[in-house]
Write a protein that binds this ligand. Structure first.
Ligand code: 5GP
Ligand code: MN
Length: 327
């Protein structure tokens, strides 16, 4: 593994001739926006690039979906670099790792702590609010002019990961980069409409069910919500419809740790989302205890059990974590 700084990452990209771009399972705005922006930047540089996505792009990010291709192992022979974005370990990749050619070097660009021995090259910067910010700076080094489409994709990345500039990771750099993206053609109102005003009726119905499940733990310092696959199906909602529901639990006064458990479509595993309001309540420590990871204020893990089986165990562990925090 070779750890790169921005300058050497730029050189690696400049010297590539055909790049395969990959992201994580259940891709969010930072993942999708970063994949699209890198694809467009490489094409502008005269480098061939392909972005793979397995599942349909969620409706709110659909304005970016035309550039994605379905994984096609038959087209692998010309790649000379794979780039994973917003995905710090191979197990989080959306594409089945068996489809990725093993003889092509893999670069990971991320603002999460990267599992470094899983990649050939690593460009990590945990001080950045979004991978979109890292790419913006990389494109400046590469002197790639920002098109409107690139600016929109990067802006979507920044607002998703900063929670519209409200999360603890929001810093001056995120605002400064956003100003440049707006100057390059990203329209904040239009993008907010795509991403935040595109709920379906089914999504609101499933939100109603999720809010019904709300439980407070440890004298109101914890909030837990959950959704079974059966309930989601009964509401006709898609899995992607539940993104960010955990924030309703986090929004409660006095709640320090919020958790949301969503049973997956095979009803055999559970996606856990964890949120806190301040870095000193580090939910990524708790996620790591359970085998997952993330950031201090936003973390997650996948549990391999049906919801009904996992919920009591999780409730116990979450309560113990909250009770271990200083009051
Ligand atoms: P979300 O709740 O949005 O799914 O995830 C929040 C954050 O937690 C993500 O940005 C990611 O950093 C981290 N995360 C979520 N699930 C996992 C997981 O299964 N493994 C690891 N290592 N990190 C995760
Ligand atoms: Mn991200």
């Amino acid at each position: 593994m070779k750890e790169l700084d921005r300058k050497h990452t730029a050189t690696l990209l400049r010297n590539a001739s055909h790049v395969l771009i990959l992201g994580h399972a259940n891709p969010d705005g930072d993942c999708i926006g970063s994949m699209v922006a890198l694809l467009l930047a490489l094409k502008t540089m005269g480098i061939q690039a392909t972005a793979w996505a397995v599942a349909p792009i969620p409706l709110k990010y659909r304005f970016m979906d035309s550039l994605f291709q379905k994984p096609d192992p038959a087209s692998t022979n010309s790649w000379d670099l794979t780039v994973c974005l917003d995905t710090p370990c191979r197990s989080r990749l959306e594409v089945d790792p068996a489809l990725i050619p093993s003889d092509v070097p893999m670069l990971c660009i991320d603002h999460h702590r990267i599992s470094k021995d899983e990649f050939d090259y690593v460009y990590e910067d945990t001080s950045q609010s979004a991978v979109g910010c890292m790419l913006y700076e990389l494109f400046c080094d590469l002197a790639v002019p920002l098109s409107r489409e690139m600016a929109e994709a990067l802006y979507a990345a920044v607002i998703t990961d900063t929670g519209c500039f409200t999360n603890r990771n929001t810093d001056i750099r995120a605002f400064e980069i956003s100003v440049e993206l707006i100057k390059a053609g990203a329209d904040p109102g239009t993008l907010a409409e795509y991403i935040y005003l595109s709920a379906s009726v089914d999504q609101l119905r499933v939100l109603g069910e999720v809010l019904e499940s709300l439980e407070l733990l440890s004298d109101g310092r914890g909030a837990l919500m959950y959704l079974s696959d059966a309930t989601r199906r009964a509401c006709m909602a898609e899995s992607a419809d539940t993104e960010n529901f955990v924030n309703y639990a986090r929004s409660i006064f006095g709640v320090q740790v919020a958790a949301m458990l969503i049973e997956a479509e095979d009803a055999n595993h559970v996606r856990v989302s964890l949120r806190s309001k301040e870095r000193s309540v580090n939910v990524s420590d708790f996620a790591r205890q359970l085998g997952g990871g993330g950031h201090p204020c936003a973390a997650g893990v996948t549990a391999h059990a049906p919801l009904a089986e996992y919920l009591p165990e999780f409730r116990r562990e979450l309560t113990a974590f909250i009770d271990s925090l200083p009051v």
